[in-house]
Every structure is written in C-alpha cells, then in structure tokens.
Design a protein around this ligand. Structure first.
Ligand code: MEV
Length: 316
C-alpha cells in the first residue's frame, strides 16, 4: 500500500486579481490534508475508487471522462504510456472542507498524483506535479490562475504571479490565523466569470481595484515578514473592502469579517473565490479563543485556527 498527501491552503491576499496577472500571496496549511492510498487488487479486474468525502465508491470504468478523479488518472497514464493501469484500489480521504476556498480540489488531485508517481516508482518534482494539478484545476475552475496548485504542490508560502518564477517567503512571530466557513458556497468559476465580465464592462474601475489589491498584497506580505501583524491586519481589511468593491463578497462574509474585527482581530477578509466559502482573521494568541467563539456565535462553521508562522504543523 502506497500513501501520499497534500495540504490545504488559504489565500492571504490577492484572489481574483491574480487571475488577471497581478500578484497574490497564499500559504499552505500543513496540518490539514488530503491523503490518497493505492493498493493492488489481486482478485478482481479494473480499478476501484473510494472517496467518502464526495460519496464515491465506484469502478474507474463507470466514471464519466470529465470526472476530476478519472481525468487525473487518465492524465497521469497519458503522460506515462510505458506504465499500464493495473487493477488497483484508490482510497482518498480529505480533512479539507470542499468548495470552501481552502484548495480541497487541488490537494486531492496532488495527493492522488503523488500516490500514482510513488506506486509506479516514477520520480517527479513539485513543478511537474503542480503543472499536472493545474490541468485538472481547469475542470473545477475554467481559468485557474495557478496559485492553488502552486502552493499545494510546493508546500511553501508563495507570492504568486502568473507565468513568473516561484517566489517564496517566510513568516515568523506569534500570530494566529482563525478560519471560519460561512456554511454556503458559490462555485469559483462563477465569481471568476462575474469579475471577468465586470472587467469588460468597467475596465478602468476594475483595473484600479486590481492594482490596489496588488499593492495591498505586497505591503501585507512585507508586514507579515517583519512580524508587523497589526499592519498586516490593516492590509487584510483593505483587501476585503476591495473585494467588496469588486462584488465578490456577500452579507454573511461581511458580517463574519466585522465580527472578527470587533472581537479584537487585527484584520480579516474573505479568502478564495468569495460569495461563500471562508473568511480568515489574523489575531494575537490571547484573542484566538474569543475571535473563534465570536465567529461561531455569528454563524461561522468549522472554525479552525493555526499559527501563521511558517515553521508550524498543527491546526485546531
Ligand atoms: C481561488 O482559490 C482563487 C481565485 O483567485 C481563482 C484563481 O486564482 O484561480 C478566485
């Protein structure tokens, strides 16, 4: 039996603008992961896939070609024509909430590909893995920027810009990221399509929002690198306001962001595609419990907390 995993992620700054070539920043969540295991099937023909988090227990042959898991497997074997698809059982488990902006699709794909590479004893680099995951992300999102596959496959905080070499950064110091799920979701390709149309309709307005988002991203990352968390929190607030101006927030996300700030967080913003999914809040360890319980009282679900420093491994 071979097992491999990949982490979830959160976007700290710059979602949506990143699709149009601006810089964005994201961090992996090392302690919240998707895991794929592969074992040989000796007594039956064909490959079987079990993925409880999406209620899947099916033969590979019965899945539609466009199913992301079948697409991933087909992509792998098309790239490696010298290895045969032998009868195997693939089991996939994920701790990452689905369709919430935490990279669950990219992490599941990355873990599946990692396990296939290992099962067939084929060497691979994070770059190769990331390119393959990007191909699969196109099924989920249409025109993904590439930030999700990059952060999930390289497992490092990244400042990402399309078609540019990878830039990583590190964060030290005592600060906590509180993650709250709004409990509802809008497919990312819908909000991305909305923003694309708005860029056509109002090019000047939207371009100036994108430019301001990139500036906010860069000053926010600089603040995180120098442990200036109050400043980074201000950058998060600004970024959330810019995402509101863009039209991808909603009343529930705005309420959760306000709640976190009133509870003492340095800053908070929606993270991911928006109109649902998660918000992230940055606070001191002393405020962690109060920010978390306030978010829960305000209707946030699946509250998770993690140190934002990059040398950590635990999430609560
Ligand atoms: C999704 O995690 C982030 C978006 O910027 C889309 C993308 O980058 O592909 C909304």
């Amino acid at each position: 039996m071979i097992s491999a995993s990949a982490p979830g992620k959160v976007i700290l700054f710059g979602e949506h603008a990143v699709v149009h070539g601006y810089k964005a920043a994201a961090i992996p969540l090392p302690a919240i992961r998707a895991t794929s295991s592969i074992g040989n099937r000796y007594y039956s023909l064909g490959t079987h896939i079990v993925a409880p988090m999406i209620d899947l227990d099916a033969d590979y042959a019965d899945l539609a070609d466009s199913h992301p898991l079948k697409f991933t497997i087909d992509l792998f074997y098309a790239r490696h024509p010298h290895v045969a698809l032998s009868p195997i059982t693939i089991s996939i488990e994920s701790q990452i909430p689905i369709s919430s902006g935490m990279g669950s699709g990219a992490a599941v794909t990355a873990s599946l590909l990692r396990s296939l590479f290992q099962f067939h004893k084929i060497d691979f680099s994070p770059q190769i893995l990331s390119e393959l995951v990007h191909e699969v992300e196109k099924i989920h999102h249409g025109t993904p920027s590439g930030i999700d596959n990059t952060v999930v496959c390289f497992e490092q905080p990244v400042i990402f810009k399309k078609n540019q070499p990878l830039q990583t950064f590190s964060i030290t110091g005592e600060a906590i990221l509180v993650i709250a799920n709004s409990g509802h979701t809008t497919p990312t390709h819908e909000t991305v399509a909305y923003v694309r149309q708005k860029l056509v309709d109002q090019p000047q307005t939207v371009t100036s929002i994108f430019t301001a988002i990139e500036e906010t991203c860069l000053e926010g990352v600089q603040a995180l690198q120098s442990s200036n968390f109050p400043f980074a929190g201000m950058s998060m607030r600004k970024n959330h306001q810019l995402l509101r101006d863009l039209g991808v927030s909603d009343p529930v996300l705005d309420r959760l962001v306000d709640t976190a700030i009133k509870a003492g967080a340095w800053g908070a913003k929606l993270s991911g595609g928006g109109r649902g999914g998660i918000i992230i809040a940055l606070c001191s360890p002393e405020k962690e419990d109060f920010v978390g319980s306030s978010l829960e009282n305000a209707g946030g679900v699946q509250i998770m907390t993690t140190p934002i420093a990059t040398d950590h491994g635990s999430i609560n």
